[in-house]
Every structure is written in C-alpha cells, then in structure tokens.
Design a protein. Structure first.
Length: 80
C-alpha cells in the first residue's frame, strides 16, 4: 500500500513529508525486498523474525533498531 499513488505522490512520500519535520531520524520497516523502497531515501529496517510474522514483528524490528541508535529515545510507528 505505501507505494500506491495519492495525487502526485506515493502514500509513503506523503507520510514521510509529514513526519520528517517532527523527528530526528526517520526509517522504514518492511518485510520482503527492501529494494522496492530505495526511492524513498529512507533506511529500510527488515523484520528480524522470519516468515512474515505480522505487524508486531515490524514493531520488534523497530525497537531493536532504535536500541542501537545513540540518540533515539522514542519510537513512533505509522502503519502502512
């Protein structure tokens, strides 16, 4: 869904444009081929739980990624 167009931009671009001014770092979590999001300019965090385990696997991957960031204190999730 995030790659679908809404007007002149993709949904992911609309969401990123709204979030970027509000956060220090913006990243994207996705399972499957991360190359499909290469055009976003965002780092892609892959699920750490194998087998397409669902939305909670994405939140876990985000939490694990955030724990490794020296300046990250909060994690915000926007479903796609």
């Amino acid at each position: 869904k995030p790659l679908l167009s809404l007007g002149k931009a993709r949904l992911i671009d609309h969401v990123a444009a709204r979030l970027k001014p509000q956060v220090a770092t913006l990243a994207l979590n996705a399972n499957g081929d991360p190359a499909r999001f290469a055009g976003t300019g965002l780092p892609v965090i892959e699920d750490t739980v194998p087998g397409h385990a669902g939305p909670l696997a994405g939140i876990l991957a985000g939490l694990e990624w955030a724990a490794k960031q020296t300046t990250c204190r909060w994690l915000m999730s926007a479903a796609g």
